[in-house]
Write a protein that binds this ligand. Structure first.
Ligand SMILES: [Zn+2]
Length: 397
């Protein structure tokens, strides 16, 4: 017999109270006063809580968080390369288990309503595929509770560390769905070389591309163009993302407009997490132009910094605060980046709160979605394909 769950009295995205019938993990009916299809139907009283679709952490680094370890004072210097070098030292000193650490932070995310994660996993010649293997183990162990998509990420550089490219390719064979990159100019000092290598892999393996681009100003803008060129040449429209893209907030107006037009034409998605002290892409402007935006927690309490707690409602708050959003419609744009935006980039099938969608959702207190973002109240209930994976702020898987 089909397994059924009847959620009574919930308010999808803050709309009027209604019931939702979930059958075999899929939303089967939405409407007032629904009848249970059989006597074995499980009933849950939603008590008028807000229902949001499962939160999507579209940019994570679950392999290297220090979550659950004793407090580690932050020691890295100000430059990107300081942080990369410091991280390798910390990793050696602490001898972390990527499977254990990634499972810890994933469970933390689940407790806050996350049902999908795109995670960049460090691949380099020092540790080889150890982090990938750890994240693959976590993905397998928690496959009924969360969808995890893996980006093979050359955190220490791609071309400046010979052998890394082969490891990235091996990662794609072993289950990574996305090929990553890192400041092709700033780190590798060979933008054409790194981008050609990444896009060749994307073409050969039919995978998507997601490139960390911290390089600012004109150096960054030039690389956005180079990414666009290759996306166009290979017909990878809608399959490429640029993470951070600080340069979009640093160039002159005409230059910005030209870059934005290319992002729209090629459907290149932009990820921003609302960084603390950097200029970052203009969320409303890009959204209004039709650029797909998404967000993520990025590193959480790791060698890069002490911040983060895995909460994508808090991330929507940070995006709103950093963007000076005050109107509800603006805050909802930030919230959509942390839900539908990330799901679209991950190509999550059947995502949303409509009939026919997977029942991935979170119940939280709040009169409206904006109030939920501002309050970041404990998540009363989190469902993954109709199964309860967290309740009262605690992960139960
Ligand atoms: Zn990152």
């Amino acid at each position: 017999m089909a397994e059924s769950l009847l959620l009574r009295n919930i308010r999808p995205w803050g709309r009027a109270a209604t019931d939702m019938l979930i059958v075999d993990g899929v939303i089967a009916q939405i409407g007032p006063d629904l009848a249970a299809p059989n006597p074995h139907t499980r009933m849950i009283d939603g008590a008028g809580l807000l229902a949001l679709p499962g939160l999507v952490d579209g940019h994570a680094h679950i392999d290297k968080t220090l979550w659950g370890q004793s407090w580690h004072p932050h020691r890295a210097g100000p430059l990107l390369i300081d942080k990369i070098t410091n991280e390798r030292t910390v990793r050696r000193e602490m001898n972390l288990d990527p499977a254990e650490q990634s499972a810890r932070i994933v469970r933390q995310g689940i407790s806050r309503g996350t049902t999908h994660i795109r995670t960049h996993v460090d691949i380099d010649t020092e540790q080889g595929l150890a982090n990938l293997e750890g994240v693959l183990a976590t993905r397998a162990a928690l496959r009924d509770a969360i969808d995890i998509q893996i980006v093979a990420f050359p955190q220490s550089g791609l071309l400046i560390r010979p052998g890394t490219l082969d490891l990235i390719e091996e990662s794609l064979r072993q289950g990574a769905e996305v090929v990553g990159g890192l400041d092709p100019a700033g780190i590798d000092r060979d933008p054409a070389g790194q981008l050609d290598a990444i896009f060749a892999l994307a073409e050969r393996y039919g995978v998507e591309v997601d490139i960390h681009l911290h390089d600012g100003g004109e150096l960054g803008a030039l690389q956005v163009e180079m990414i666009a060129e290759r996306t166009r040449a290979l017909g990878l429209h809608g399959r490429v993302a640029i993470s951070h893209a600080f340069c979009l907030a640093m160039v002159e107006e005409p230059r910005y407009r030209a870059l934005e037009a290319q992002l729209v034409e090629l459907d290149i998605a932009i990820m921003t997490h609302g960084p603390g002290n950097r200029p970052f892409p203009p969320i409303l402007r890009l959204t209004q132009a039709g650029v797909r935006l998404f967000s993520g927690n990025d590193g959480i309490r790791d060698a890069w910094g002490p911040f983060g707690n895995g909460d994508m409602l808090e991330r929507a708050w940070i995006l709103s605060y950093r963007s000076n959003f005050r109107m509800d419609e603006e805050v909802e744009v930030a919230l959509r980046m942390c839900t539908h935006g990330g799901a679209a980039v991950m190509r999550a099938p059947r995502y949303g709160l409509e009939v026919g969608c997977d029942a991935d959702l979170v119940l939280v207190a709040g009169e409206t979605p904006t109030m939920a973002v501002m309050d970041r109240a404990p998540r009363a209930l989190v469902l993954k394909r109709g199964r309860v994976i967290a309740a009262e702020g605690r992960c139960i898987v």
